[in-house]
Design a binder for this molecule. Structure first.
Ligand SMILES: [Zn+2]
Length: 377
């Protein structure tokens, strides 16, 4: 099964890449193909300027049902005015992309877009061509305190499952769970209800039964594994796993940093940041910022081993720049390393893994080095 992912122009590459990384982190028969260069914009499309008058309206999918009042604690100020497009416009984009790239009828094309839709849904399939879908990338931060990449990746799996589990959208509408039970097929009329299904990362017995004849067992297994890995990673990111014992830290032969006991979460750092991090791992007693330059050659070797691209002279310049105590290049890298760990495993666990230290004092990584396993050395 193939799933093509594309984004509209305003969706950040960082977010998009994160979504793709999450989906691809579990190997299996469903393949995810992404296109960073697809230029999808809405410059020439009909848009509606729409005023959302209060939180209740912001929160609710539009279904022509009588409205109930719900309050949303952290929402922005209302009325909120924004542009929206119709579902037709969104699906037209996915169809155009499908045609242009000659994508088979039984391959999915999902558009990740920042623009809101008139029905106020986070994600939906195209009734006319259910292998097309869209996922809205904004507004998630009103509901969950972690990267929007988690719920977006989850919606990719949810849409794909829904196509296979239901015979058409009518079947879907009458068979989804109107009252949320923490299954992938919860309807979530109130967008906040989505929190429950993200938290369980699960699919109920009835829905498994329904899917069994329609998706091959290896594909179903793969989809379920991705959902449960997203669930676990999201719990770490939200600091909800803060009482877990510390994980080993593995640096594999491709210089990837993996935390095997935290659901194999990978800490993604850029090559220079990695070189700096590996240097500090080698020195449990710590290093003064001002004496970084004494480790110039060591950093150079570490960097050369990690970074396969770029010419040598240029690499040397970058290292020289980083060890120069007069600029803040190294500090910036340490801050970013800290942020990457915090976003991945939550601030309480992260504190054991990143480089830290008062200014003027030695900087060091606290982690017990018996937990560190470097496979490439
Ligand atoms: Zn269900």
């Amino acid at each position: 099964m193939k799933v093509h992912l594309l984004k509209s122009a305003e969706v950040s590459t960082t977010l998009f890449t994160k979504v793709v990384d999450f989906l691809k982190s579990i190997p299996g028969p469903i393949s995810f193909i992404y296109d960073l260069d697809a230029t999808i914009d809405f410059e020439e499309d009909e848009k509606f300027l729409y005023q959302i008058k209060d939180e209740a309206e912001f929160e609710k999918k539009i279904m022509h049902l009588s409205s109930e009042n719900f309050s949303l604690s952290s929402a922005s100020s209302f009325p909120l005015e924004r542009e929206m497009v119709s579902w037709d416009v969104l699906f037209k984009k996915t169809n155009q992309y499908r045609k242009k790239n000659d994508i088979q009828k039984n391959e999915f094309v999902f558009l990740l877009t920042d623009i809101a839709n008139k029905q106020n849904w986070f994600a939906a399939l195209d009734e006319k061509m259910p292998y097309n879908g869209f996922i809205h990338t904004e507004d998630w931060d009103y509901y969950i305190k972690c990267s929007a990449a988690f719920p977006i990746a989850y919606e990719v799996i949810a849409l794909m499952m829904q196509k296979h589990m239901f015979d058409g959208l009518y079947d879907l509408r009458i068979n989804v769970h109107e009252n949320p039970i923490g299954c992938v097929n919860d309807f979530c009329l109130h967008k906040r209800e989505i929190i429950l299904k993200l938290r369980t990362g699960d699919i109920c017995e009835d829905c498994i039964e329904r899917a069994a004849g329609k998706i091959s067992p290896p594909e179903l297994h793969h989809a379920l594994q991705i959902m449960s890995s997203l669930r676990e990673k999201m719990l770490f990111a939200q600091n909800m796993k803060r009482f877990s014992p510390l994980s080993k830290l593995i640096i594999n032969n491709k210089s990837k940093i993996i935390l095997p006991d935290f659901g194999n979460i990978e800490i993604k750092l850029r090559p220079l940041e990695k070189a700096l991090y590996f240097l500090f791992l080698k020195y449990p007693e710590g290093i003064y910022h001002s004496s970084l330059s004494e480790h110039r050659m060591e950093l150079y070797e570490l960097y050369a081993a990690i970074s396969t691209m770029g010419d040598l002279a240029e690499m040397q310049i970058r290292i020289d720049d980083m060890v120069n105590a007069l600029n803040d290049s190294a500090s910036q890298k340490m801050s970013r390393i800290k942020r990457v760990f915090e976003e991945a495993i939550g601030p309480d666990l992260a504190v054991h893994y990143y480089i830290k230290g008062e200014s003027g004092q030695k900087k060091k990584i606290d982690l017990d080095r018996t937990l560190v396993n470097m496979i490439n050395t």
